[in-house]
Design a protein around this ligand. Structure first.
Ligand code: NAP
Length: 289
């Protein structure tokens, strides 16, 4: 029998990881959830005792997965530590992208090895989450002994690991937000511009998705520099001028976004073409925010 796991916060992430680990021979020893309905659902899905007290759930397991919302991880960890629910030899993990392992200080003080293990994935519900695990990257920071155990778990689930220094966790999470949340905000801006330009609302998303999918594919195949096309990469000043004029007239609220991202695009283009006069002119044009 493999190592035993306690799931403290049997919501989407907790259940996905527990079920995936169970399939690989880990024993789901116990779980905790806050509300009665959630405890009932967890008991049915995980087939393990589900407690209304996190300390009772954590006590008997080799690995404690703290998968509550970010805002209460530290508080729940403190509660378990105060109740004597941790013992040396255990590994305690949380799955937040935003926080480092330092919020598990009360567990560490009890001789427990701690780690943050962030799945770079989205788990809107359990079935879809389980399907998405293969190939998912998990970012680890914290105690070395805990990282070794977590790497075995991730490998068993078909995932990959990256390790980062503790102090870089906020920067790492900012990058993940840029890649995921800002991509959504960017698409929303493009949809608003399409609407303003008279593209029928029912067609706008449909029309943008093929070019976005193809761009992602090109980035994957060629890297960001080579995948870059368009007027900035070509040094086409007059086209960019016409964009700025039209946006000023029709949708000025999105002009700062266009200019900021345009400047970032000039940086990328200068890596491709080498610093040139046209790009400097482009920078000046976009720099007037
Ligand atoms: N979901 C994702 O896509 C995803 C991806 C990567 C990382 N994460 C991380 O995984 C962790 C869990 O996120 P999730 O989306 O899986 O959350 P979730 O589905 O909302 O589940 C949260 C769990 O914690 C319990 N809980 C809620 N409030 C609590 C409180 N005040 N005190 C104690 N327990 C409480 C919930 O119980 P009830 O059900 O009874 O409320 C539930 O068991 C977070 O750190 C998140 O950042 C999530």
């Amino acid at each position: 029998m493999g190592r035993s796991v306690a799931v403290i916060g049997a919501g989407n992430t907790g259940k996905v990881l527990a079920l995936a680990l169970k399939k690989q021979g880990y024993k789901i020893a116990a779980a905790f959830s806050r509300t009665p309905a959630s405890r009932e659902a967890a008991a049915e899905m995980l087939c393990c005792p589900v407690f209304k007290n996190p300390t009772e759930a954590a006590g008997g397991a080799d690995i404690v997965l703290l998968t509550t919302p970010d805002s209460v991880i530290e508080e729940v960890c403190n509660e378990i530590a105060a109740g004597g629910g941790f013992h040396s030899g255990q590994v305690v993990l949380h799955t937040s992208g935003a926080h480092s392992s330092t919020i598990l200080h009360s567990a560490r003080e009890q001789g427990v090895r701690v780690l943050s293990l962030h799945p770079l994935q989205t788990f809107p519900e359990v079935e879809a989450g389980l399907r998405s695990l293969k190939g998912t990257y998990f970012t680890m920071e914290g105690d070395e002994g805990a990282a070794r155990m977590a790497a075995e778990m991730v490998e068993a689930m078909g995932g990959e690991t990256i390790a980062i220094p503790t102090e870089m966790k906020p920067l790492y999470h900012a990058a993940a937000c840029v890649a995921c949340n800002y991509l959504v905000a960017l698409l929303d801006a493009a949809l608003k511009m399409f609407q303003c330009a008279g593209v029928p609302p029912g067609k706008a998303m449909e029309a943008l998705l093929p070019i976005m999918n193809c761009t992602l594919y090109n980035v994957k195949e060629l890297g960001t520099e080579k995948a870059l096309t368009g007027p900035i990469a070509r040094g086409d000043i007059s086209t960019v001028k016409s964009h700025l004029q039209s946006m000023e007239e029709h949708i000025p609220e999105l002009l700062p976004l266009y200019k900021h991202l345009g400047l970032q695009t000039v940086e990328l283009a200068s890596g491709k073409a080498g610093p040139g006069t046209e790009l400097q002119k482009m920078k000046d044009l976009l720099g007037g925010i």
